[in-house]
Each structure stands twice: as C-alpha cells, then as structure tokens.
Design a protein around this ligand. Structure first.
Ligand SMILES: [Zn+2]
Ligand SMILES: [Zn+2]
Length: 246
C-alpha cells in the first residue's frame, strides 16, 4: 500500500559542518529543524572540499539520522566556474561535471533535481541557454535576499523562462550555514513522506513556497489578490508570522 499523500514541510538548501563554511553538525541541523516543524531537510553540502571518503561518511550519517518524522535528503551544491552554483537535491555521490550542461546531465542521471542557486540579476542571461535542462532556480534565498522579501525581479525572470519552458519552477532556499540565520522560509510539498516521492514532487513543481502568510506556487503565479496588493504596495511581502502555521 502506498503511504498517504500529505503536505510535507521542507527546508531546502541546508549546509551542515560537512560544508567548509557551515557551523552545525548534521545531527544538530536535524534536531533543530525537526523541532521547528519540518518534515524533511534537503541537504546541499558544498562538493568542493569533500573527497569521496568523507562524502561516504556523510552519506552514511544522512541515512542514519533520517527518521520517518523528519527525513534527511542528501544532496550537494556544485560550483561551476566563478559565478554559478548548482544545487543537486537528492544526489548521493560527488559529481565532477565541468560545464553547467554536463553537471545538469549528471545530476539527472544520479536521480537528482537540478536547481540554480541564488541567481544574481547580472548573471541571469547565463541561465537562458541552460534553462531547457534545469528543473528550476531559486527565486528566494533567505541568506542572499536579506530583509525578508521575495525578490520581484526573480519572480519576473521565472515568468519569462516559463513561457518557453513550462517545466521550469521557482524554488526557495534557506541556504543555512549558521545557527543565527532565519529558518522560516519553507516549501510545502504535496506528496507521501518518502525521499523518492518528495524528490519527484519537487521536480514536478508540486509545492508552495511559504513564509509567514505568504504562499507562492512553484510556478510563481500570484493570485489576483496578491497582484493587486503588490500593485498597491500594501506590504505584500510582510512575512512576520510563523512560516510553519497551516
Ligand atoms: Zn551558493
Ligand atoms: Zn549554499
């Protein structure tokens, strides 16, 4: 019998101390996020600085700490050149693709979801050739986009990309490195609570980005009411309440 399809609250783009610039051991990440109401963590350790032996230890720890109430999904963040970081949600082994295209292919071959991390407006033009192959990009990264607001430029870029690539979706990432970071940006995924089902739902864009009262579908399409609020500048992106409230 298949497990029931429910709403899984997930934290995307999480670094533990297996990443060279992150603070918390994996176990602490898991404990704290679980206590805060998350049902899964999509880890994205920096691939640079990890060798295959250490990656194997990390993977074993991810699997050991994962529990039915709070799943740990292994994954990596890969650097491509100087400007681009690519997330591979669900990737369980180090990959060494040299170009963006090669890496995206390798992520998919490894069963992962390929998402462009924290795009900056200056490099948005770089994404268009690769957008055919990518599963999406972060339209909201709470470490880069400080001040708690969704960056509208990225929402508009998503809209443009989806005109020719409807399978391309917008993602939200906490990009968690340090304990004092805001952890209230989540995704609500409609899926059974299993790693493979959650990854498929992420790939298919079957989730909502949520922070406080704000709900944005992975398509980036705002409701007419949200569009009016945005047009009227009525604090559309006020997001102070609890992100995990139903
Ligand atoms: Zn990054
Ligand atoms: Zn990161």
């Amino acid at each position: 019998m298949n497990p029931p399809c429910e709403r899984q609250i997930g934290a995307l783009h999480i670094h533990s101390s297996y990443s060279h610039d992150a603070e918390w051991p994996l176990e602490r990440c898991k404990e704290v996020f679980k206590r805060e109401g998350y049902h899964f963590l999509a880890m994205t350790e920096h691939a640079e600085g990890l060798d295959p032996e250490r990656a194997a230890v990390w993977l074993e720890e991810c699997d050991r700490l994962s529990d039915p109430a709070c799943l740990i999904l292994p994954g990596f963040e890969f650097s491509v050149g100087r400007q681009i970081h690519l997330l591979g949600f669900g990737v369980r082994k180090l990959l060494r693709g040299r170009s963006m295209e090669a890496l995206i292919d390798q992520i998919h071959e490894a069963g992962g979801v390929a998402v462009w991390a924290h795009p900056v407006p200056a490099s948005l033009n770089l994404i268009y050739p690769a957008a055919e192959a990518l599963d999406g990009m972060e339209i909201w990264n709470s470490r880069y986009h400080k001040g708690g607001g969704l960056p509208l430029r990225l929402l508009r870029a998503l809209e443009k990309l989806r005109e020719t690539r409807p399978a391309f979706h917008g993602f939200a990432g906490i990009d968690f490195h340090k304990g004092d970071q805001d952890r209230r940006l989540s995704v609500a995924v409609e899926s059974p609570r299993s790693a493979s089902a959650i990854l498929e739902a992420l790939r298919a864009g079957q989730f909502m980005i949520q922070r406080g009262r704000l709900r944005i579908p992975a398509t980036g399409s705002l409701s007419w009411r949200q569009q009016i609020e945005m047009a009227l500048h009525t604090n559309f992106f006020r997001t102070e309440s609890n992100a995990l409230a139903p």
